[in-house]
Design a protein around this ligand. Structure first.
Ligand code: GLN
Length: 554
């Protein structure tokens, strides 16, 4: 965490790079392994950053469907990036920029633009050296000002798309001192039918890596359990590393425990020795206590939160799940997320919604499932269930109020119904000029002014907040007076943009046009999530003690 002391890294040691590749198959948790390694180095006092390389042709993740790629994570500079960057920000406690997500699309776009501008006049523009030089430049620039840079190569070794990136790493290895680079390969070690840990897939993937000129220094084997000693020995023998360079990364119930587990394996010590920085590290006893205290803190009870969205996939709402966990750490309560499909609001989905202690309506695009979201808002409002509406969820709360409290029939967002007689959510004139879909929304960190004396002011304990945005539509300025006439208040604004809403006569009804989940960290939970969870806990406590009618105070 940034609050921990640093050792004052000796610059003569040189900048260190840890390259992380994946073998056998994707989805092994390579990003979490890499981020956990980074966390341990940060715990040891080093300034750590990360770069995620995504070998797809999209320039950024902004136009990608959450079904295929999980959520689009938003950085403070407005970068729409792969969700792994969210893990790096949360694990390392840092704010990254778009430059920390290198894609094939970005690289080719700048090489081709330079070619058109005549920067390579006379030359044939090629993958080697022009694309690989651009990749190396991006990695070096992103590492600027830090001690250690972790570079995770997305995909699996052997994918055709990742070739130019792996070739860049090979060149890196010949350009930097041995001691400044470390190659970590995360691979699958499956169990056979009779429960034996099999090393063959790892051997093949290391062979593939070596055929392109890369020799791993460290191998991390993913299996449900710890790798057995003989498995490690076998991997070491076939892959030309020593046995103490082979590490386990067994399944754990909480990703934030991975740093503690790989620390127990001695991965951090090995990495620091190998990079020649062990002597600059904080003493072992001072390193991980804070992290350990955070992730092992006792919890009292469990609350159930309904997440009402259209993607039945945890990754599509990853930052919300994480922000709930962080608020759970702060409030010392376990959080169970109940998935409610807003497109199938019947049977078990309605039951889950009705059983929930609190309701979140998250962000989203397009009309599918929006009727279910509006019904969920109504349920929360009418039954005094704590409610948190995020981005599209905020807009749904405005529409619900317009329709069911103000009686504006068929009120809607112009995004969802162009013909609506009451476009209470609409596009502002500047967005009407926009033609391209990529990178053109209102993106990134913007300041919101908070009205004193409101729930928002209590939640943020401040008269302003700066949170990340990703939206095109806004509360229609022509409807603000009318919308505020019956108990709803816009308590946070940015000029003529409405940013926060709340309901006066409800214990906790809070909506934000921005996405507070993107700034939440394990040690710095997001204020709206903490406030929401407090209201949820207070409500479930008062339900178990029916006489108590304490007001909810934040
Ligand atoms: N679709 C809405 C808009 O563009 C909300 C976006 C979101 O939830 N991220 O304004």
């Amino acid at each position: 965490m940034p609050t921990e002391p640093t050792t004052g890294y000796d610059p003569t040691l040189g900048k260190k790079f840890i390259f992380v590749t994946g073998g056998v198959m994707s989805g092994l948790g390579k990003g979490i392994t890499a981020a956990s390694t980074g966390r341990l180095l940060a715990n040891a006092g080093f300034d750590v950053t990360a770069v995620k390389v995504d070998p797809y042709l999209n320039v950024d993740a902004g136009t990608m469907n959450p079904y295929e790629h999980g959520e689009v994570y938003v950085l403070k500079d407005g970068g729409e990036v792969d969700l792994d960057l969210g893990n790096y920000e949360r694990f390392l406690g840092i704010d990254m920029t778009s430059d920390h997500n290198v894609t094939t699309g970005k690289t080719y776009q700048s090489v081709i633009e330079a070619e058109r501008a005549g920067d390579y006049l006379g030359k044939t523009v090629q993958i080697i050296p022009h694309v690989t030089d651009d990749i190396k430049r991006r990695i070096r620039e992103a590492a600027e000002g830090t001690d250690v840079c972790i570079v995770e190569i997305g995909g699996t070794v052997g994918d055709i798309e990742s070739m130019p990136f792996l070739e860049s790493l090979r060149q890196f290895a010949s350009e930097e001192d041995d001691e400044d680079l470390l190659f970590m390969h995360v691979t699958l070690v499956p169990d056979s039918m009779n429960g034996e840990q099999k090393t063959k897939p790892t051997q093949h993937s290391v062979k593939e890596l070596r055929s392109i000129g890369l020799q791993p220094d460290i191998l991390v084997g993913r299996n449900e359990d710890h790798l057995e000693e003989q498995t490690k020995t076998k991997i070491a023998r076939f892959c030309d590393v020593s046995t103490d360079a082979v590490f386990s990364n067994p399944d754990v119930d909480d990703i934030y425990k991975v740093p503690l587990m790989v620390e127990d394996e001695g991965l951090d010590e090995y990495v620091m020795e190998r990079l020649g920085i062990a002597k600059s590290a904080l003493p072992k006893a001072e390193r991980s206590q804070r992290w350990r205290e955070l992730v092992t803190r006792d919890r009292e009870g469990t609350v159930e939160i309904a997440l009402v969205g259209k993607y039945g996939l945890e990754d599509a709402y990853m930052s919300i799940h994480e922000a709930l966990k962080h608020a759970g750490i702060e409030r010392e309560v376990d959080v169970d997320v109940l998935w409610v499909d807003s497109d199938q609001m019947h049977d078990e989905h309605t039951e889950r919604l009705e059983a929930a202690d609190g309701i979140i309506v998250p962000g989203g695009f397009g009309s599918r499932g929006t009727d279910g979201k509006i019904d969920a808002v109504r349920h929360a409002r009418e039954n005094n269930v704590p409610f948190l509406g995020l981005c599209l969820g905020f807009q749904m709360a405005v529409i619900e109020h317009a329709r069911n409290v103000l009686g504006l029939e068929d009120a809607n967002s112009a995004e969802l119904d162009e013909e609506t007689p009451h476009p209470v959510i609409d596009i502002l004139p500047e967005q009407k000029e926009v033609d391209d879909m990529g990178g053109t929304m209102r993106l990134g960190a913007h300041e919101t002014q908070i009205e004193p004396g409101t729930l928002a002011a209590r939640i943020y304990a401040d008269d302003s907040c700066t949170e990340r945005h990703r939206h095109r539509y806004e509360v229609n300025p022509n409807y603000i007076d009318q919308l505020e006439s019956e108990g709803l208040a816009f308590s946070g604004t940015a000029g003529r943009r409405m940013e926060i809403l709340e309901h006066e006569d409800h214990p906790f009804f809070f909506g934000t046009q921005f996405h507070p989940e993107f700034r939440s960290r394990p040690d710095r939970a997001s204020p709206p999530f903490v406030g929401f969870l407090k209201a949820v806990v207070d409500r479930s406590e008062s339900e178990t003690e029916p006489q108590s009618e304490d007001e909810v105070t934040i």
